[in-house]
Design a protein around this ligand. Structure first.
Ligand SMILES: C[S@@+](CC[C@H](N)C(=O)[O-])C[C@H]1O[C@@H](n2cnc3c(N)ncnc32)[C@H](O)[C@@H]1O
Length: 223
């Protein structure tokens, strides 16, 4: 992360207040909608905080209530986050995309997600599960369509680069586009987001994760 980016680092308190909600309110929403286990887990009897992604989504669900019509999730995995989306945004159409078994990247990158947990997580009627490489999405996903985009698909070059491009193009004006895993362990994610940050007119911000050092969710608001 360079010095310009560092000025754009926000704590969870700063992120929540920037969208008009307190952390306490966001935690309350997450607890009552999805359950407290998404905030804390026990390690050797001691409560530990979980990652902040779900807290951020809870904050957005409140501050933009009724305004998020379509969500795009790039990278369904086992559907854990998809389920959180459907709980927090029950009237929103949620497109979630992951590799089909015949894709050349499937055996290397896909989580083992086609079991019962996956099926249960994506079973809500407002979820549209798309089995496709995101590379092919330009055919089916139209520009200016999504109010919230969660980029958490391929973390390596080249897929993370086309995901960033597709997300930028598919974001409606005012949409929040969030990227998981801006951290040293994912150098291609870092490289792509730094590049995007340098070329788009929007400002990219970084929310510090609770759990790991130097781990951020990067985001921008589409103009
Ligand atoms: C980190 S996991 C997603 C986790 C999920 N968002 C969650 O929070 O539970 C990344 C997923 O991206 C998928 N993926 C990787 N490259 C992809 C591509 N080119 N197109 C679509 N999905 C891809 C992998 O199969 C994997 O399931």
């Amino acid at each position: 992360m360079n010095s310009k980016d560092k000025q754009n680092v926000k704590s969870k308190e700063e992120f929540c207040s920037s969208i008009g909600i307190s952390v306490k309110e966001a935690e309350k929403i997450l607890r009552s909608t999805c359950g407290g286990e998404l905030l804390y887990f026990k390690s050797k009897g001691t409560p530990k905080e979980r990652g902040i992604g779900q807290l951020i989504f809870a904050a957005i669900s409140n501050s933009r209530a009724g305004k998020i019509k379509n969500i795009l999730e790039m990278g369904t995995g086992d559907g854990t986050t998809t389920k959180i989306f459907t709980q927090l945004f029950p009237s929103t159409k949620i497109y979630t995309v992951d590799l089909p078994p015949e894709d050349i990247d499937y055996s290397q990158y896909a989580l083992q997600y086609r079991g019962k947990l996956f099926n249960d997580n994506i079973s809500s009627p407002n979820i549209i599960s798309v089995q496709n490489n995101t590379f092919a999405l330009t055919d089916t996903i139209y520009a200016d369509n999504f109010d919230l985009i969660w980029v958490d698909g391929g973390h390596r070059f080249p897929s993370v680069a086309w995901d960033a491009h597709i997300a930028y193009r598919a974001a409606a004006p005012g949409a929040l586009v969030l990227f998981h895993d801006y951290k040293p362990g994912e150098p291609d994610v870092v490289k792509v987001i730094n590049y995007v940050n340098a070329i788009i007119k929007e400002e990219v911000y970084f929310v510090k994760d609770n759990v790991y050092e130097e781990h951020y969710i990067a985001y921008f608001t589409k103009e």
